[in-house]
Design a binder for this molecule. Structure first.
Ligand code: DGT
Ligand code: CA
Ligand code: CA
Length: 574
């Protein structure tokens, strides 16, 4: 049974959560959280490392004990320490943790003070306003929990795109091992690069249907075969991800790909268009009466209804069909357009790598620049920089730039925006930097008016260049903070500063619709990895997907500029 890094990370996170509910030693809890993060950002399969006999305890954040646990999980699929903790924890509590806004500390309080150990009990208590009396809760938290409880039910089964990708990749590799298989494409929301996916829709072309489905059913990550015919099957993987597989004829491949890529709204609009032209369109092809007009490629399907091919990320029936009709489809940004990253952390704060390692990795990617933007002092858990340490880093970067060629390391900071809108470091040191990224890391629950004013005030600061993860949401974990994004985008256009699209798979923040708003207002978006380790640079592809969903072209993106152009744009704001 192949174990993915995400599986190991999930086990370590659960151990940390259960330890925290149990009020265990904070250092132990932190060690598991760090290990979970190390697994997510490893960049290679831990399974391969274990099988090749490599010493995992040499990885950052992994000691001997954790290395042994990783090996145990790879070999057995289980972790005894977790099983033991689960037995010790009141049943129901782990489920409560899955509700956004409820961390282990709150779950512990709910259990100890109100004897709550199920979502139903929690719902009742929130309705009766019994939560707000608990220390650390209050009426706002209670309202948030109530809201999250309701939306929790609707997206609990969806997986984040980057997590689904790990399972999708191995399954596709497995299916490719079959000689009779030709093409394999994952359609659906996955192909449209949605932030989360409900299930995977896989299309296969193959000589004959039978053996493919048999091969699929033998995949050892399957928990359940829901249905299995000769041309279609539905299975559920161990992690509860449902996979629909269809074998299609080459003549129908384009039509099937179009149909199963969706979105449903886009399909319906295209079908209506076909009907107006006296055509019938379905997953087998485009037909006039009984005559097949198109269907082997997606291009042929679009052509039959008088349109150019439309990129999957645009297919939401949000104006893409009109744009195609009027030959105004955007030429969407691609990974290759990116010339550098404007948000990375080093070992000086909570990153894993040295300055030199980051510079080298950026250069190896063919980039011209990379910005180092550590946290500022207020963020103590990340060991944020004060003025003195930042000045020291500025010197180090100058020194590095003096001796290296081919890559420029830009000097930056991810400075906290304080509750009153002030920045967390003095002006004289900010003035020495190439860019100043402002970020909200606290007081997420201010009123809309206050939160908006806070950010607008920060953006007014003479040295402010870029707003980090503008809505603060964590996918399926934390709702965006309540803020008037229209005013923020307007302010950015007036002030000549920029918005970040943070590519961390849990953030993907700027949201797609705000990307569109920024583009319309002429505000450039910077697609940033927020790397804490070298493997995080890989996350740029998810940010690119999100940017494409937001209709962004290379010209709408700040870090597609050459170094000289970028420096000019950054100076304008300082
Ligand atoms: P998901 O799985 O919830 O993340 O989202 P999708 O978009 O992958 O949806 P899914 O898996 O239910 O269906 C895959 C595609 O199949 C969908 O994007 C469009 C197409 N489809 C499904 N049901 C219908 C339908 O009733 N009418 C049309 N025209 N297309 C449909
Ligand atoms: Ca799907
Ligand atoms: Ca499906």
């Amino acid at each position: 049974m192949p174990i993915h890094n995400a599986d190991i990370a999930a086990i370590f996170e659960e151990i940390a959560d259960l330890l925290e509910i149990d009020n265990a030693n904070p250092f132990r809890i932190r060690a598991y959280r760090n290990a979970a993060r190390a697994m997510q950002t490893l960049g290679r399969d831990a399974r391969d490392l274990v099988e090749q006999g490599e010493d995992l305890s040499e990885l950052p954040g992994i000691g001997k004990e954790l290395a042994a646990k990783i090996a145990e999980i790879v070999h057995t699929g289980h972790c005894q320490a977790l099983e033991k903790l689960r037995k010790q924890t009141a049943p129901g509590l782990p489920d409560l943790l899955k509700i956004p806004g409820l961390g282990p500390k709150r779950v512990r309080a709910l259990y100890h003070d109100l004897d709550i150990h199920s979502a139903e009990q929690l719902l009742r208590a929130a309705h009766d306003h019994r939560l707000q009396e608990l220390p650390g809760f209050g009426p706002k938290t209670e309202a948030n929990i109530l809201e999250n409880l309701q939306s929790h039910v609707t997206h609990e089964q969806r997986l984040k795109l980057a997590v689904a990708a790990q399972y999708a990749d191995t399954l596709v590799d497995y299916l490719h091992k079959m000689k009779s298989v030709n093409k394999i494409v994952i359609a659906g929301s996955y192909r449209r690069c949605k932030e989360t996916v409900g299930d995977l829709d896989i299309l296969v072309t193959a000589k004959a249907g039978g053996p493919v489905m048999k091969h699929l059913a033998e995949y050892d990550e399957i928990a359940q075969v829901v249905s299995k015919g000769t041309t279609r099957a539905t299975v559920v993987l161990r992690n509860q991800l449902q996979v629909d597989v269809r074998v299609v004829e080459p003549v129908s491949f384009g039509a099937a790909l179009h149909y199963f890529t969706g979105s449903k709204a886009h399909n319906i609009a295209i079908r209506r268009r076909a009907q107006k032209r006296g055509l019938k369109i379905n997953e087998y092809g485009v037909f006039k009466g009984d005559k097949r007009m198109a269907g082997d490629t997606e291009e042929s399907v679009y052509k039959a209804v008088g349109l150019p091919w439309i990129a999957p990320e645009l297919r939401e029936d949000r104006g893409e069909i009109e744009a195609a009709e009027n030959k105004r489809l955007p030429k969407l940004v691609e990974l290759e357009d990116i010339r550098g990253d404007l948000h990375a952390h080093t070992r000086a704060t909570d990153g894993n790598n040295t300055l030199e390692e980051i510079a080298k990795a950026a250069q190896d990617r063919g980039w011209s620049y990379v910005a180092i933007t550590e946290h500022s002092k207020r963020l103590t858990i990340a060991h944020g920089l004060d003025k003195k340490r930042l000045l020291k880093q500025i010197e180090q970067i100058d020194h590095l730039n003096d001796k290296s060629s081919g890559i420029t390391v830009l000097k930056g900071i991810e400075v906290d925006i304080l509750e009153d809108g002030k920045l967390d470091l003095p002006d004289d040191v900010l003035a020495k930097l190439d860019l100043v990224i402002g970020a909200v890391h606290s007081k997420f629950h201010l009123s809309r008016a206050k939160q908006t004013e806070r950010i607008l005030k920060a953006m007014d600061h003479p040295h402010f260049t870029l707003l980090a993860h503008p809505t603060g949401r964590l996918i399926q974990q934390r709702e965006p903070y309540d803020v008037d994004m229209g005013r923020i985008i307007h302010q950015a256009s007036q002030r000549g500063c920029y918005l970040e699209l943070n590519c961390h798979p849990e953030r993907l923040d700027l949201l797609d619709t705000y990307c569109q708003m920024a583009k319309e207002a002429g505000v450039l978006v910077s697609i940033n990895s927020d790397a804490h380790s070298l493997a995080d640079f890989e996350n740029l592809k998810y940010g690119i997907g999100q940017a494409r969903r937001g209709w962004l072209e290379a010209k709408d993106v700040l870090n597609t500029r050459t170094l000289t152009q970028l420096q000019r744009l950054l100076k304008k704001t300082m």
